[in-house]
Design a protein around this ligand. Structure first.
Ligand SMILES: Cc1ncc(COP(=O)(O)O)c(C=O)c1O
Length: 516
């Protein structure tokens, strides 16, 4: 199509514009500007229509900055006059607004009318059966909302002590690698991960968790959620049944729903997953997802007897065990508990680990330990997903592990969490005396308050979250209705000076709820 230009170009943020709402619209691409200088329609008209359509369709949003007439004319290689004329007309009709000395932006006054009529109107018109998401995603979306992580407030579950994270050294380590990244570091990497990091992780797992593996069995993942998804994709078919602990980790329920697998709820007791109950419910399940070191959310560890039963079942039925070892670094008692993978002599266990609790959830780094005969399958699966984990952070983690910072960080954090846990339990006991039962192992970063029978824990959790006490209802982790509801409360992310006040507020809100 000779003589036609399709040009994308950048705009700047509008945040410094006087009179434009402070809500910052990100700077970004202006949608396609397509003109034909030799066509029958004048350039001025083409430009005018192009902008008007982009605004109506919502590609250009109210408040967003547009390029100056000079730079647009330069980009399009046309004279400035038609651009000025088009802008003047758009301005006269209220689409554009010029602020002297600052530039031209899409008028904010059109937000409720033209913009909505454009994009949303079109989408509504086309909403048919064929636009439904996949059945698997509908299954995913049908899971209880309460299982989603709340965003703010004390007692947020799954949060480490971000206030004690060594931010300055971290910034130094990251910038060291960002500044000195080699050409190789900036290119595509290995789907299994950065070799030196895999080496360090395998040494760490062998020494501290009793995991039996070589470096080549480690796959670096984007957190344990991706590790679990990768394992499900590599090993299972849609429709396959998978045992899950009940109550159990909602993130695993979501992963199974997304992969179209059937979650088979298996009850737990003080020894963890009741293997016999699993065999009674579905002996031919293809896998079991378990948290043997620190059951999520109830906290017990899987007894030695149950570990043997589970491994025997997996061997007999050719099933896989997905071992999620999400926070085992933090045990405060004398006895660290070795991994289930270390007991497995038949390569049925896929070990899933994460740096989310031990460092930062925002890092999105974790790892899998993959049986040797499955390495090809896992590598191919990962290559088809997101190819590999970001090299920069893999290199930073390698240094942390090799130079001893990681081990020091864990030792330091263990002291911090033990103190927070002790203080939290003391405050709860003072606040509630015998009214409420506390379920807490000497491990991890959260505990469970069991509520008296008959209390709707989801409703209570919603009320608490609305009042900035961030907790999760126990029943949101259950696939079968529990006898008693409860609240899962994270103490890892609450600084000690905030604990007593937050527990008093929790007590007040619980009493108000009880009386309502
Ligand atoms: C049981 C369990 N597994 C895994 C994770 C961590 O997930 P990720 O590594 O994807 O952040 C959590 C965090 O809350 C968890 O509770």
């Amino acid at each position: 199509m000779s003589g036609c230009w399709n040009i994308h170009f950048f705009t700047q943020s509008n945040s410094h514009f006087p009179g434009v709402p402070m809500k910052r619209l990100s700077s970004g691409f202006v949608p396609l500007v397509r003109i034909d200088p030799r066509g029958p329609v004048t350039l001025r008209r083409q430009l005018y229509e192009c902008f008007r359509r982009s605004i109506a369709e919502g590609h250009l949003r109210p408040g967003q900055r547009v390029p100056s007439t000079r730079s647009l004319a330069k980009e399009l290689k046309v004279s400035r006059t038609p651009v000025i004329c088009a802008y003047e007309q758009l301005q006269a009709e209220g689409y554009l607004r010029t602020i002297r000395g600052a530039g031209t932006c899409i008028a904010t006054s059109i937000s409720g009318s033209i913009a909505n009529r454009g994009l949303n109107g079109r989408a509504l018109g086309r909403r048919t059966e064929a636009r439904r998401p996949s059945r698997r995603v509908m299954q995913l979306m049908a899971l209880p909302d309460e299982s989603q992580r709340p965003i703010a407030g004390p007692f947020r579950v799954s949060l480490p002590a971000l206030d004690s994270f060594p931010q300055r050294p971290w910034a130094r380590w990251v910038s060291r690698h960002a500044r000195h990244a080699s050409l190789e570091d900036m290119a595509y990497g290995d789907p299994m991960g950065y070799p030196q990091l895999r080496e360090s992780i395998s040494e760490y797992l062998g020494a501290v968790r009793g995991v039996r593996c070589d470096a080549d069995q480690i796959m670096v993942t984007s957190g344990s959620q991706q590790g679990l998804l990768t394992a499900l994709r590599a090993l299972l078919e849609p429709g396959d049944a998978v045992w899950v602990e009940d109550p159990g980790y909602p993130g695993a329920h979501r992963a199974l729903a997304l992969e179209g697998c059937e979650a088979v709820p298996v009850p737990i007791d003080h020894e963890g997953l009741i293997v016999e109950a699993g065999m009674a419910r579905n002996p031919s399940a293809r896998a079991a997802y378990v948290t043997p070191s620190h059951q999520y959310p109830m906290g017990m560890s899987l007894s030695a007897n149950r570990r043997i039963q589970l491994l025997n079942w997996a061997q007999r039925s050719d099933a896989w065990i997905l071992e999620d070892d999400y926070d085992s670094e933090y045990r405060f008692g004398p006895q660290p508990i070795a991994s289930l993978q270390g007991l497995d002599t038949t390569d049925r266990v896929i070990y899933i680990g994460t740096f989310s609790k031990v460092l930062l959830p925002a890092l999105r780094m974790g790892y899998l330990v993959v049986p040797k005969d499955l390495l090809g399958a896992f590598r191919a699966t990962r290559d088809a997903m997101d190819i590999f984990a970001p090299t920069l952070y893999q290199r930073v983690l390698t240094d942390m592990l090799r130079e001893g910072h990681f081990a020091r960080h864990i030792r330091r954090m263990r002291v911090i969490y033990a103190e927070r846990r002790e203080r939290f339990i003391a405050a709860l006991e003072r606040q509630f005396r015998n009214e409420i039962e506390i379920v807490s192992a000497e491990a991890g970063l959260h505990l469970v308050l069991l509520l008296p029978a008959g209390i709707d824990d989801k409703l209570l959790a919603r009320r608490l979250n609305d009042s900035n006490i961030a907790c999760v209802a126990l029943s949101a982790c259950c696939l079968q209705r529990p006898e008693r509801g409860g609240l899962i409360l994270g103490y890892g992310g609450v600084p000690p000076h905030g604990i007593d006040g937050a527990v008093r507020r929790l007590g007040k809100l619980l009493r108000e709820f009880d009386q309502s």
